[in-house]
Structure formats: structure tokens, C-alpha cells
Write a protein that binds this ligand. Structure first.
Ligand code: NAI
Length: 780
């Protein structure tokens, strides 16, 4: 073969990486593994085998953790945590740095072991997974170092249970373990049952790095072990990456437990190609989007949307490129696609594609290895947007596609999904790309690139792709909590009484929906009594229909989310001004409701409105310096429609403390007023009416918090539910919000001091926003 021949065919011989050292490491461990608990490996017990999916060979035997093993791991993590935290940022930074160094020294061993265990091409594990893992530990060594100075009011959450999938076994470990350790937490990690070997090698590295005992614990096993971790009462936080179905179960299982939760779930990410795109680059991007890691990527660009005029040409080019992909032994440095992670996954992909009778299927006609979990790169065009394969995650090397005509149609198709993890936009027109990026319902958007990741840039989804961010400053939120112990909340029950003043003409309170006062649909009201037993009036009891109307009004006020921070600030100042004009009246109302502090509460409410007017145009994003030719913009977007159950102990200030940050950030709200003292809220809508707040931006309901919370949490058009009620409804909200995996922020029975800085600030702004990371080309 001449050099000319080689250039023409691009066929060159195999270049296999040696497996010898990784296999020798397995032999050194006796080919049988126990768990890594309290700084040492336990004796192997009953378990299961871990196989190489490329050839079916058994690599090692792993132990299925028992409840006793999980308990021992949690106990070790609990014992180690205070000392680890007290080590201080610099002390922990040194350990993370030591781990990063050892990861570099053993880089090839990790890459080979990962490829043997998972089936991904060695080129990817060597050049992508392992370098990103090292970067994550270096970056978070830095975060540990900076924690004391930069996050002085935050502390560790405690013991974290971390459950990870099999598609990026070591990388997902790094994404979870590095920030947790940096912030002073200890961890109990469960790798996926198909791919535990690099987690066990990592445990060995922790031992070599001299990490204190119990800081990192690794238990192996299947979903049953995951459930034991999720349900363990002595774990403070669960971090999960995996399927949406399991994520939903975990949300239900942890509801009401007080455990913090972050979920990184599935996706069906759109890959949008406009007619002015550099088509060859877009094709290469697509190779990375859907055939990287055999398509087993949560943010894979698995839904191709091509502008109609170029669709034929683009598909032709794509098929040519697909036919050139080399599929085979993952240990061969020359191949593009390896094996799927397990026969179960292979079967799932086969069933999904073979069950499809529609569209046109183009399967690469390559010679696949006779054995092993190989599946050919596949393209299915001409499917309806509602087709099962256009909506469901296939999690394999299968691309589905349809066409669009206009940018608006591209956005509509892209957002026609229950998921919202990532999106890719290809166009040479910077105006178009930057016009589209904010319109996409996705946590990550790549412009003229795809599948870019870095420790400095937040990653995570919206909608049923989960919540929480991994990476960057925003990723630390999940592994820290506000300093200072909160006190349990005292229930504030509605007062009762019998003193009805015949002279008193009571103004009938109504609901406030869509900028108008509305009579309750159900036609029920209830009495409101003062603390001293005097009849003050009646408030409506909102029915499910009223709640739905309020949500619809909030949905309809979507224009508010597009207004500028400057405009929202002016409206918040105006609300404050109008409240100030009626300060005495409100003070008296609060005095009559609660018996005290009226004037102080009104004054604090005016201040709070000023605070969020101040923040409205200042709580903005960041530009992240990532080590590629580009910049990652982390933009703060409103969450959408927030249902909020207001605090009982401060009827006006509590309502203002939830409403103001939410609307300052561009959300629309459905507020459930304090049940015990609702009249300050029902008076407040007269202030809103005179303050230029567009109809539907703020809706106020009255009624039993349990009923309001349940309907709001179940409602598919509500994006988040908050509760600071003194009623015990945190668990109810978390459980019911599992349906569409909406975000919830609840007090878990703990009190807040609304009069102090505890009742305002970044925690509220953070809950009111979602970080979208937009990667754009920049610089040389
Ligand atoms: P999975 O969600 O069942 O597995 C992920 C992890 O969760 C594993 O460690 C597993 O042992 C654990 N787990 C399973 N059931 C659990 C439970 N009830 N409680 C706690 N932990 C539990 O994913 P699976 O079944 O391996 O794959 C099924 C589909 O999920 C894939 O075809 C793909 O569509 C999706 N998936 C998405 C991933 C992502 O990164 N978004 C990663 C893995 C799978």
C-alpha cells in the first residue's frame, strides 16, 4: 500500500493499545473486589461479574453491597466528616491536588481500564474522559483553597450519597466527588453495576494519596444498593445521574426526609442546522454529538433538525460520513466507535429501532465484530415530531431527524420535548445563534460546537432532565449550605373568636388572578379572626379551578420574563412607593391580625422591595474562561412560573420576601397567602394594581396550604414550588413535584427570621433563576 493509497482510502491497520497493565492490576487485586470503606478494601462477598462488553470476557468479580455494608460506609463517612471539614480549605486543597497528580501519573491505566470495562474507544477515554477527570480535581482543589475567602457564609452539607451511571464511569465520579470533597463533605459513592472498576481504582488512588479514612467510600452493586443509599437516614444529600425514571423514584423516596437532592437525568437534545451553516463542520459536530461514546451520552445531540432547503444535501453528506466511521475493538486507537456498555443496553436500542415502522432508516453497512455489544451508526429521517423515537431517549448510536423552515419553527420543534438538557446550534450568523440560544429550553447550549465540557462551566438541565448544576461556582451550591443552625418552625394556626362588631362593614376579600380581583369558583369563604378574637372579615377558599386559572394567568404573562432588569427594578421601587403611601393602614391591619409589630413589618417590607429592586439588574451571569477556543457564558434565566406558599409568621413581609426576588428575576408567581393572617395579602393587591405590575405576573390565592400546595406541585405548567409555610407540607410538595420533576424549595419544618438578612439575599435569587451555559466561539 502506498502513501497515496492510504490518503485515498484512509484505511490504516489496527493500532491496539495494550491491556496488559490494566489486566495485571486486576490480577494484583485477586480479580475479586470488596467495597472501599473507611480507608480499606473489605473482603469480597457474594456478587456479580463485570464483563468487557466488546468481547464478553469476565474482567473481575464484584460484591453486591448489603445493608450492613452501606451502613458501615455511611458510618465511616459520618465519622470522618467533621475532621475533614475542619481541615480547612487549604488542607483539603492539598489532598485534591495530590489526587489530581496521581490521576495524571496513572492516566493510561485509568483510560485502558475504563475502555475494557465500558467499551468506549480508547481514543475517547484517553483524550477526553481521563483529562477531564484530572481537570475536575485540579479545578476543585482551587475551589477548596478559595472556599474560606469566597464563600464565607457557606459550610459543608455533610455526608453525600452519590449514585452514578455507566456511560462515563470515572468522569461522573469526578463530577460528584471533587466538588463534594472540596466543600468539606464526605461521600458514599455507588458506581453503576456494569462499570465499577475505575471507581475501585480511584479508591486505591485515594489510599495512595493519603486521603483520611472514611472521606471517600465506594460500595458496589445494583439499583437495590442505590435504594439503600437513597433511604439511609444518616445521609444529608443525594446526587444522582441516570435515567429520568429512577430520578423520579429518588425524588419520591427522599420527599420529606430533609435530604438535599440534585438530579442529572436524560435528554433528547436538539441539534439544529441552519441553511447558512458550515455544513462540513456541522457534519463533524454531529459525529461528536451522536456517535461519541456510542451515543450513550445524556446530552447527545440525538434529534437532528435541519433547515428544509439544505436537508437533502446535508443528509447525503451525513450518510457518506457515517459510512466512513470505523467500528470495532475499542482498544484499537484507530476506531471511532466501540461497544455499547452492556447486552441489556444493546437489546434496548435494538428493540427501539426495530419497533420503528416509520421514516427512512439508514444503517451503516459496516462489518461489525461477530461478538460483543456493537450496534451500527443509524440515521432515521422523516419522523413526525411526536413520534416515539423523536421523543424518547434511545441512548445508543441512533440519530433521528426532521426538517424545519424558519428559526421560529426550529425553536418550537427543539422545545417540543419533556427534556431540556442541551442543544446545539449551527449557523455562520452570530445574530441568529445568539437570538436562538436564549429561546431554547436547555441547561446547556453549544454554538458551532457540541459536547464541550469543562470543570469551570456549569452542566445540568431543565424540565425532566433534572435540576442542580455540576461544575463552576454554581455547582458548589449543591454541596454547601448556609452557615448557622436553623430552629424548628412553630406552627401559626388561624385564630378563632366570637366578637362580631355589628357596626363594622367588612370589605370582602377576593382572589387576585390575572391582575383582577376574582370571586372564588367554588363559592366558599372562611372567617378571619384577630389574635384577640375579633372578627376581621372573610377570605375566599381557592378551588382547584381557581388555582388552574391563576397558573394560566401566570403562563400568559410570559412577556414579563423578557423584560429588562432595569424595568423590573422600576416596578419594584414603584410597589415600594405605593406601599409606603399606605404604610399606616397596613401597619394597623397587621396589628389587628397578629397583635404586634405592624409598623416594623411594613418598614421591613419596603426595604425588602428596595433590596430586590436593587438586585433586579445586578444578579447576572459570568463568562467562564474554559480551556478551549471559546467562552462559556453562564446566563441566569428565570425559572418560569413559581408557586409559593408564603410564611405564616409575617403576613406581609413573608409574602413580599417571596414575591420580590421571584419577579425581580423575571418569574411569574402564584402566591398562597398566609393561612392564619391572609388579609394583609388581600390588601396588598390594591398596591399591585396601582404599581404598573402587568396582569398575571403576581397572582394571590387564599385557602388551606395543603390543598394549594398539592395542586401547584402537581400542575404541569408550574416550574417550581416554594414553601415557607408553618404547616407540615414540605414532604407533600417534594413528593407531588416528582411528576414533571419540577424544582422545589421548601423549609423542611425550619424557621427563618424574616426581619433579618436571613429572609433575603442570594439564596432567594438563586432559587429564582436557572443557570444556562452557552458555549460560543471566542478568541484564537
Ligand atoms: P439507571 O438510571 O437505572 O442507572 C443509573 C444508576 O442508578 C446505576 O448506578 C444504578 O445502579 C442506579 N439505580 C438503579 N435503580 C435505582 C434506584 N431505584 N435507586 C437508586 N439507584 C438506582 O439507568 P439504566 O437502567 O442503567 O439505563 C436505562 C436508561 O437510562 C438508559 O437507556 C438511558 O436512557 C438512561 N440513562 C441516562 C443516563 C444519563 O446520563 N442521563 C445514564 C444512564 C442511563
Amino acid at each position: 500500500m502506498t502513501v497515496k493509497d492510504i490518503f485515498e482510502t484512509m484505511e490504516y491497520g489496527p493500532a491496539p493499545e495494550s491491556a496488559a497493565e490494566a489486566l495485571a492490576w486486576l490480577v494484583d487485586q485477586g480479580d475479586r473486589f470488596g467495597h472501599f470503606i473507611d480507608g480499606h478494601f473489605t473482603a469480597p462477598g457474594d456478587g456479580f461479574t463485570s464483563k468487557n462488553p466488546a468481547n464478553g470476557e469476565v474482567l473481575a468479580t464484584l460484591t453486591q453491597a448489603t445493608q450492613g455494608d452501606v451502613n458501615a460506609a455511611v458510618t465511616a463517612a459520618r465519622k470522618a466528616q467533621p475532621k475533614w471539614e475542619k481541615l480547612g480549605g487549604h488542607g483539603r486543597a492539598k489532598h485534591l491536588y495530590a489526587i489530581a497528580r496521581l490521576l495524571q501519573k496513572h492516566a493510561r491505566l485509568f483510560a485502558v481500564l475504563e475502555t475494557l470495562d465500558n467499551g468506549k474507544p480508547i481514543r475517547e477515554s484517553r483524550d477526553i474522559d481521563v483529562p477531564l477527570v484530572q481537570r475536575h480535581f485540579y479545578f476543585h482543589a482551587g475551589m477548596a483553597q478559595l472556599m474560606d475567602s469566597e464563600l464565607p457564609d457557606r459550610e459543608a452539607v455533610g455526608v453525600c450519597g452519590q449514585i452514578i451511571p455507566w456511560n462515563f464511569p470515572l468522569l461522573m465520579l469526578a463530577w460528584k466527588v471533587a466538588p463534594a470533597l472540596a466543600m468539606g463533605n464526605t461521600v458514599v459513592l455507588k458506581p453503576a453495576e456494569y462499570t465499577s472498576l475505575t471507581a475501585l481504582l480511584f479508591a486505591d488512588i485515594c489510599r495512595k494519596a493519603g486521603l483520611p479514612k472514611g472521606v471517600v467510600n465506594v460500595v458496589t452493586g445494583d439499583g437495590a444498593v442505590g435504594e439503600m443509599i437513597v433511604e439511609h437516614p444518616d445521609i444529608d444529600k443525594i446526587a444522582f445521574t441516570g435515567s429520568t425514571e429512577v430520578g423520579r423514584k429518588i425524588r419520591q423516596a427522599t420527599a420529606g426526609s430533609g435530604k438535599a437532592l440534585t438530579l442529572e437525568l436524560g435528554g433528547k437534545s436538539p441539534y439544529i442546522v441552519f441553511d447558512d451553516a458550515d455544513l462540513d463542520s456541522a457534519i463533524e459536530g454531529l459525529v461528536d454529538a451522536i456517535w461519541f461514546n456510542q451515543g450513550q451520552v445524556c446530552c447527545a445531540g440525538s434529534r437532528l433538525l435541519v433547515q428544509e432547503g439544505i436537508a437533502g444535501r446535508f443528509y447525503d453528506k451525513l450518510k457518506v460520513r457515517m459510512d466512513k466511521l470505523r467500528i470495532g475493538n475499542p482498544m484499537d486507537k484507530c476506531i471511532d466507535m466501540g461497544a455499547l456498555a452492556d447486552p441489556v443496553q444493546l437489546q434496548t436500542v435494538r428493540d427501539m429501532v426495530e419497533g420503528c415502522q416509520d421514516g427512512e432508516i439508514h444503517r451503516v453497512n459496516a462489518q461489525l465484530p461477530a461478538e460483543g455489544c456493537f450496534y451500527p451508526p443509524t440515521l432515521i429521517t422523516g419522523l413526525e415530531p411526536s413520534h416515539r423515537l423523536m421523543q424518547e431517549e434511545i441512548f445508543g448510536p441512533v440519530l433521528v431527524s426532521t426538517t424545519f423552515r424558519t428559526p421560529a419553527e426550529a425553536v418550537a420543534l427543539a422545545n417540543n420535548s419533556r427534556y431540556g438538557l442541551a442543544a446545539t446550534v449551527w449557523t455562520e450568523n452570530v445574530n441568529l445563534a445568539l437570538d436562538i440560544a436564549p429561546k431554547l429550553a436547555a441547561g446547556v447550549v453549544w454554538v458551532n460546537a457540541t459536547n464541550l465540557f469543562d470543570a469551570a462551566a456549569g452542566f445540568g438541565g431543565v424540565r425532566e432532565s433534572g435540576y442542580g448544576r455540576e461544575g463552576g461556582w454554581e455547582g458548589l451550591q449543591a454541596y454547601t449550605k448556609a452557615k448557622g443552625g436553623a430552629k424548628p418552625i412553630k406552627p401559626v394556626l388561624p385564630y378563632s373568636g366570637d366578637r362580631i362588631d355589628a357596626e363594622h362593614v367588612d370589605r370582602t376579600a377576593k382572589l387576585y388572578i390575572g391582575g383582577k380581583q376574582a370571586r372564588p369558583d367554588g363559592g366558599y369563604s372562611r372567617d378571619v379572626w384577630s389574635k384577640s378574637g375579633k372578627h376581621l372579615g372573610e377570605v375566599p377558599i381557592a378551588s382547584r379551578k381557581d388555582i388552574r386559572n391563576a397558573v394560566e394567568a401566570a403562563r400568559g404573562a410570559a412577556g414579563w420574563s423578557k423584560t429588562t432588569g432595569h424595568l423590573r427594578a422600576q416596578i419594584l421601587y414603584y410597589i415600594a412607593e405605593n406601599l409606603s403611601a399606605r404604610a399606616d393602614e397596613f401597619a394597623q391591619r397587621i396589628d389587628s391580625l397578629s397583635g404586634h409589630h405592624g409598623a416594623k413589618e411594613v418598614e421591613a417590607s419596603i426595604r425588602r422591595l428596595f433590596t430586590y429592586a436593587a438586585w433586579a439588574d445586578k444578579y447576572d451571569g459570568q463568562a467562564k474562561g474554559v480551556p478551549i477556543r471559546g467562552v462559556a457564558l453562564s446566563m441566569r434565566e428565570p425559572v418560569g412560573v413559581i408557586g409559593a406558599i408564603c410564611p405564616d409568621e409575617a403576613p406581609l413581609l413573608g409574602l413580599v420576601s417571596l414575591m420580590a426576588p421571584a419577579i425581580a428575576m423575571g418569574n411569574r408567581v402564584v402566591l398562597a397567602a398566609s393561612e392564619s393572617m391572609p388579609l394583609a395579602a388581600t390588601d396588598f393587591y390594591q398596591v399591585l394594581d396601582t404599581s404598573d405590575v402587568p396582569g398575571g405576573v403576581v397572582n394571590i390565592l387564599t385557602g388551606p396550604p395543603q390543598d394549594l400546595a398539592k395542586t401547584l406541585a402537581q400542575h404541569l405548567d408550574v416550574d417550581a414550588v416554594w414553601s415557607f409555610s408553618s404547616s407540615d407540607i414540605s414532604g407533600l410538595i417534594e413528593r407531588e413535584s416528582a411528576g414533571n420533576l419540577k424544582r422545589s424549595w421548601v423549609n423542611n419544618g425550619m424557621a427563618r427570621d424574616w426581619m433579618s438578612s436571613d429572609g433575603e439575599g442570594r439564596a432567594f435569587l438563586n432559587a429564582a433563576t436557572e443557570v444556562k451555559t452557552i458555549w460560543v466561539p471566542y478568541g484564537e
